[in-house]
Design a protein around this ligand. Structure first.
Ligand SMILES: C[S@@+](CC[C@H](N)C(=O)[O-])C[C@H]1O[C@@H](n2cnc3c(N)ncnc32)[C@H](O)[C@@H]1O
Length: 223
């Protein structure tokens, strides 16, 4: 009886291995192919980002945040030609996620779509040509990762609309955010940082490694 059971169990395990090993090795091959394609694209385009794109350091910061927290449902406001989106989508290709990114300028949107295909990341990105002022409030969510990098004077409005669509544990990040204030308390992103810090259920900090300034606000609990 025991012997019979052992044989059947061994046969079952052998079949399971035969079925799962090819699937697993296909997944590993796919990830390797994507890595190679993205690295090649990023290397060849290293010195050609001219459309207010984030620097490489900031792209890596976004990538690490997604990998560390295993985020899957990402949104970017302000695609431009797609540098930050490529870093975000590269991370999502590993977590099994997808990015929606919004750009108002048709030329930049078209170039971004080309770049996504060339980098091998097209299937992980839904690139929208739209005015985020109208499009963002219409988005249903939920999201677990948000990156705001469009018109600076609209950051607080984007945040007001997006924070309720952020999952607990998720984070809202924003570019060019600084603690520094100019004459008369002026700050490029208006009262965005003050607004984020006024929300008791959000925990906001500025990433030191970014010279341009990236704020990261984690949602600790629902409102
Ligand atoms: C700083 S760039 C984004 C750079 C991009 N994140 C990158 O790293 O490659 C800001 C972009 O936001 C876009 N933008 C500005 N206002 C917008 C709006 N209302 N809706 C959508 N996009 C907008 C601009 O056209 C510009 O391409």
């Amino acid at each position: 009886m025991n012997f019979k059971f052992n044989i059947s169990f061994s046969v079952f395990l052998a079949c399971l291995c035969l079925l799962t090993i090819p699937c697993f090795s296909q997944m590993v091959d796919k990830e390797k192919n994507i890595d190679e394609k993205v690295k090649k694209f990023l290397e060849s385009s290293k010195y050609s980002w001219r459309d207010m794109n984030v620097p490489e350091t900031d792209g890596k910061i976004l990538y690490d945040l997604i990998i560390k927290n295993k985020y899957k449902k990402a949104l970017e406001v302000g695609t431009s030609t797609g540098h930050s989106a490529i870093w975000i989508a590269w991370a999502l290709s590993k977590t099994g996620g997808k990015l929606i990114t919004i750009e108002i300028d048709e030329g930049r949107h078209n170039q971004a779509v080309k770049n996504f295909e060339e980098a091998g990341l097209g299937e992980f990105i839904d690139a929208k040509l739209a005015d985020a002022h109208k499009f963002v409030p219409e988005l249903k969510g939920p999201f677990d990762f948000i990156f705001i990098d469009a018109d600076k004077d609209w950051y607080t409005s984007y945040a007001k609309s997006l924070v309720p669509k952020l999952e607990v544990g998720g984070c809202l990040t924003a570019h060019n955010v600084s603690e520094r204030r100019g004459r008369g308390g002026y700050n490029m992103t208006g009262n965005f940082l003050d607004y984020m810090r006024s929300l008791p259920y959000m925990e906001t900090s500025i990433v030191r490694e970014s010279s341009a300034g990236i704020s990261v606000s984690y949602k600790k609990q629902d409102k």
